[in-house]
Design a protein around this ligand. Structure first.
Ligand code: SIN
Ligand code: FE
Length: 288
């Protein structure tokens, strides 16, 4: 499931060829791994590396507005934190642009995040517990069927890895849980939008993906028995995956950067491999 690429730069200004197989690897549920692609942290930026930098779990960065959210930094430190996250966000965008030329012009850049908390032993509700296998879906920002592509880089200054468990393929997960789906009433989406729980209308697809996320995490027997493989991402490595389809659990690690991109299903080489099309086949109805 890991597809290593020996890149050492975030852009391809060195003119090296891109790997034509990368898109197919990603779309079939693989993780593109860049073991030698580290994100540079300058000396002054080391000050951000305290768990208390995040008010809750993550610090967020919106590249469109430049706004930093959820951070304790103020004044000059807040400005420097924003510059650091901007540099990372731009690097992640350069990476996907170079590595995935088939998606050029179709990827929409979303938020970035800095995750300074140790994952192992963190106390959360089951729904927020990312140490349980799940696929990603966003409660507040519906994607309307679009794919969630994420770039992660482990910036742990002590050289500690980030460990995940990776579960079974999306079509198997969907097959296992779709009998427990509750298709939403159309009115619910309008109400959620009207009271601004969601920022845009939540599509039936978004509702089912949230249900899948919850059904997976809530099912202790599934968590224990699902086929899963431990994966260790070393400090100084970077990886890319469609986390709406790759079943994953983050089990340990501290200090990570992440950038989210959204991709329309029609921009995929194999749209039929998308969670949207898989769920539409299972439920026999259009979901966006
Ligand atoms: C997740 O998306 O479940 C968390 C991934 C991570 O923070 O490593
Ligand atoms: Fe996740």
């Amino acid at each position: 499931m890991l597809f290593p690429h020996d890149w050492t730069a975030w852009d391809r200004e060195d003119g090296a060829a891109v790997d034509a197989a990368a898109v197919a690897q990603l779309e079939s549920g693989g993780i593109l791994l860049f073991p030698q692609l580290a994100f540079e942290v300058r000396a002054a930026e080391r000050d951000f590396f305290v768990p208390s930098m995040a008010i809750a779990k993550n610090v967020s960065f919106d590249p469109a507005s430049g706004r930093v959210g959820g951070a304790r930094a103020t004044g000059d430190e807040a400005v420097a934190l924003g510059s650091w996250l901007r540099r990372f966000s731009d690097s992640a965008a350069a990476l996907v642009d170079a590595a995935l030329p088939d998606y050029r012009g179709r990827l929409e850049r979303g938020r970035a995040s800095f995750r300074p908390a140790e994952i192992a032993g963190r106390q959360t509700s089951w729904r927020h517990d990312d140490t349980r296998l799940h696929v990603d879906s966003f409660p507040a920002t519906p994607v309307q069927g679009r794919r969630i592509l994420r770039v992660f880089t482990n910036v742990n200054p002590e050289g500690r890895p980030r460990t995940w468990r990776v579960g079974e393929a999306f079509d198997r997960v969907a097959l296992r849980f779709h009998g427990r789906f509750r298709l939403p009433f159309p009115l619910t989406a309008a109400v959620l939008r009207a009271v601004r729980i969601t920022k845009t209308r939540r599509s039936p697809y978004d509702t089912l993906m949230l249900q899948l996320h919850d059904l997976m995490k809530a099912d202790g027997a599934y968590q224990a028995s699902a086929v899963q493989t431990e994966v260790s991402f070393s400090a100084g490595s970077t990886w890319v995956a469609f986390t709406d389809a790759v079943s994953h659990a983050a089990t340990s690690g501290q200090y990570q950067l992440e950038q989210t991109f959204l991709l329309p299903v029609e921009a995929m080489l194999q749209p039929e491999a998308s969670p949207l099309r898989i769920l539409e086949r299972l439920t026999r109805r259009p979901l966006v």
